[in-house]
Design a protein around this ligand. Structure first.
Ligand SMILES: [Zn+2]
Length: 724
């Protein structure tokens, strides 16, 4: 029986519990074994931790002295308590024995905290057997060539790990070697006295007597195994009726595969060793194609993968099965017919990387010359023999080259495409270095049969390829903003696919228009047949990307099963971009997107509408020329631009608009303006009177009576003449 933590089982929102404002995971080392007989993945994960900025600063003095004052310690204790108390309130009428015992376990964990710092990881459906502090002394002491300034405040082992984090990216091989050595180092005596606790959505870890993130162990190892029913991976059979397992693109992401920090701000690198039956293929998000190595057990092979670009743990993908490789294409690094102009896009605009230090392809000259990255296609044997896979193999490099034409350098150095089992719930899913593709998009007749067209296959693979730029190398800081990746990928799939087909301008326009019409029909249908709250692109409005003090948050509607099948966010985002293309021109939009990618790759973004004050004045003046504006539009304007908080010029235009359209909900804004901005308000009195609206006239009289004592004499006379 597991305590329910803070989850109300009816909620449709996904909790992100990790306290990323206190500690960040910088690197994961996974060591896993796949057991098809038990449908379980077991092993360990080692987390390399760093106290994070906000909390670090706040507690710096405290951490340095090692002696806490109660003033400093209390905020932390209080926060934990409110956190858990919220979780202890059982739903009304559902007070079963289970809930009570959960509550008791939770209360016990809380009451024994004694002010100790708690590391909270996102985790569900995992059986955790042990959590150890790793003693890296054996690694740090035998590596005199690694600069290791012994810090007075954090101790030599923490300083060693900190130096490892901050080593320059060019030394990534050495860094990974040390991470790997550390991950195999022995546990601290008595496991470092770590205590842990599981609830429905989290794994929580404390070290007795450690009250701050600074003093918390920098390297911890968690032994665990997944459950057959856990939501992150799916155990199933492929089209050859052989077992396979893969990350299913679940709304709970990878937290039922390994304990991790789910919030997208927690970007980290990883290394993974996966042990699987020797006839299996293990595919994973990793920069190199892994070559399987022999294992102690002759029935198994081990596969090693790694990434050097920090990414959210949710982007990690894994697939293990008996599929086979149908083709391997390693194009020559330099394409033959490159002109000097092709390189110019790399540097001429003066935009350079603005992310943290990692080995980045955008800064690598040879990467810019690579139109087609090395790629492989994996599928079950029975599909491999069909013409459709053969046809797909010809299509893929064309789509990759077209994507490079449109968006610039490929963010990832290689790509595997896996044709997933028929039960996969979507047509495709993009992860770093790997795309899962449904067999449904393979065209039924192949290319030569004259039956069927490659359109579905081509546009879908272009959509997934586009996610390398929009969704992976540029991610949304708040997952409720799904449109940032899906809207862009939907718009770009048309552009890339048209490029891959080398259509004429007219063919291209016709294809785009037909696509737009089909999508419009789909959107209209969904708008009529789905809940309005699920249709909103930014459901958190101005609270988008806001998190609690600890860094936890929830993803709105993420667990709503209806939402999985909705395309509203794809389509609305697509229509917004298509509208922009019609306004500024398609090529201008593409040029802008390329610059956007160069500036924001390696980072997380939010969609925000920010207009300068002058732009807002212009917008409102143009709207003043309209004879009719709906109440809904007025409300949206006020809310979107927080008009009552803008400067007096903007508020003046807003008040004019409010009066003209008799938008009575905002009469308070008019009154505020007439009282506090008397120098600019004189003519608003005239506008209030001229409409011959009793409510507006009463408003004018009331405001004048409020300010007449202090009002400038000549202004007062003018207004009085208007009103009387
Ligand atoms: Zn870069």
């Amino acid at each position: 029986m597991e305590p329910d933590g803070d989850l109300n089982p009816d909620t449709e929102d996904l909790p992100l519990r990790a306290n990323t404002n206190h500690v960040l995971v910088r690197h994961y080392v996974l060591d896993l074994t796949v057991h098809f007989d038990k449908k379980v993945i077991s092993g360990s994960i080692v987390l390399f931790l760093e106290p994070s900025g906000d909390f670090g600063t706040k507690y710096q003095d405290f951490g340095a002295t090692g002696e806490g004052t109660s003033e400093l310690r209390n905020p932390q204790t209080r926060m934990e308590k409110t956190f858990d108390k919220a979780g202890l309130q059982p739903e009304c009428g559902s007070q079963t024995e289970g809930v009570n015992s959960n509550a008791q376990a939770s209360q016990l964990w809380e009451s024994t905290s004694d002010g100790d710092f708690t590391l909270v990881l996102d985790c569900c459906d995992l059986d955790v057997s042990n959590v150890d502090e790793v003693d890296v002394t054996s690694v740090s002491d035998h590596l005199p060539n690694v600069a290791c300034e012994r810090s007075e405040t954090v101790g030599p082992r923490a300083a060693f790990i900190q130096n490892l984090f901050s080593a320059p990216s060019a030394e990534w091989r050495q860094k990974h070697h040390f991470f790997s050595l550390c991950s195999r180092a022995p546990a601290a005596p008595d496991g470092g006295s770590l205590r842990f606790y599981r609830d429905r959505w989290s794994l929580q870890v404390r070290k007795t007597g450690v009250r701050t993130p600074q003093k918390f162990p920098r390297v911890i190892r968690i032994f665990y195994e997944t459950r057959p029913s856990g939501g992150s991976v799916r155990w199933t059979k492929d089209q050859d009726n052989r077992v396979c397992v893969y990350t299913a693109g679940s709304p709970i992401n990878n937290r039922a595969l390994f304990p991790c920090q789910e919030p997208p701000v927690a970007m980290s690198t990883w290394q993974a060793t996966v042990r699987a039956p020797s006839e299996c293929v293990v595919l994973m998000s990793g920069e190199d194609q892994a070559v399987p190595a022999e294992d102690r057990d002759a029935h198994f092979l081990t596969w090693n993968y790694y990434v050097t670009m920090p990414m959210p743990a949710s982007t990690f993908a894994l697939a293990v099965g008996y599929c086979i490789e149908s083709a391997f294409c390693h194009p020559s690094l330099e394409d033959e017919n490159l002109s000097a102009a092709d390189y110019s896009s790399m540097a001429d605009d003066g935009i350079s990387c603005s992310h943290g230090d990692y080995p980045c392809r955008f800064a690598e000259r040879s990467a810019w010359s690579q139109w087609v990255i090395p790629h492989r296609v994996f599928s079950p044997v029975c599909l491999l023999q069909k013409a459709q896979v053969e046809f797909f193999l010809k299509l893929l490099p064309r789509c990759l080259a077209a994507a490079r034409d449109v968006l610039g350098v490929h963010p990832f150095p290689r790509l595997d495409v896996l044709i997933v089992p028929a039960g996969f719930s979507s047509l495709g899913m993009a992860s770093p270095h790997i795309i899962f593709l449904s067999q449904s998009v393979l065209c039924p007749g192949g290319s030569g049969s004259g039956v069927g067209s490659p359109s579905l296959c081509g546009s879908r693979i272009c959509h997934e390829i586009a996610h390398s730029w929009f969704g992976l190398v540029i991610g949304a800081r708040d997952w409720t903003e799904e449109w940032i990746s899906e809207g862009f990928a939907t718009c770009l799939e048309d552009i890339i696919w048209a490029q891959a087909q080398q259509l004429s301008l007219q063919e291209r326009t016709e294809q785009f228009d037909l696509k737009a019409l089909l999508r419009w029909r789909r959107l209209s249908d969904e708008l009529q047949n789905s809940k309005e709250e699920l249709q909103i692109l930014r459901p958190n409005t101005d609270k988008t990307a806001q998190v609690s003090d600890s860094g936890s948050s929830t993803v709105k509607h993420a667990l709503n099963p209806d939402k999985t099948f909705m395309q509203v966010h794809y389509l609305k985002g697509y229509f917004l971009l298509r509208f922009l293309a019609t306004q500024v021109g398609e090529q201008q939009l593409i040029d802008f997107l390329r610059l956007f990618v160069k500036k924001y790759h390696g980072q997380l973004v939010l969609s925000q509408v920010r207009l300068t004050s002058d732009q807002l004045v212009m917008l409102l003046e143009l709207l003043l020329e309209e004879s009719e504006l709906s109440v809904a539009l007025m409300r949206a304007l006020q809310r979107t631009y927080s008009l009552q908080k803008q400067d007096a010029e903007v508020r003046h235009r807003w008040c004019e608009l409010v009066i003209k359209h008799a938008y009575s909900q905002a009469y308070g804004d008019v009154e505020h303006f007439l009282v506090h901005d008397q120098a600019m308000g004189v003519y608003l009195y005239g506008e209030l009177m001229v409409q011959e609206d009793a409510e507006q006239q009463a408003l004018a009289r009331r405001c004048l009576s409020l300010v007449q004592e202090e009002m400038d004499q000549s202004a007062h006379r003018v207004v009085e003449e208007m009103i009387l």
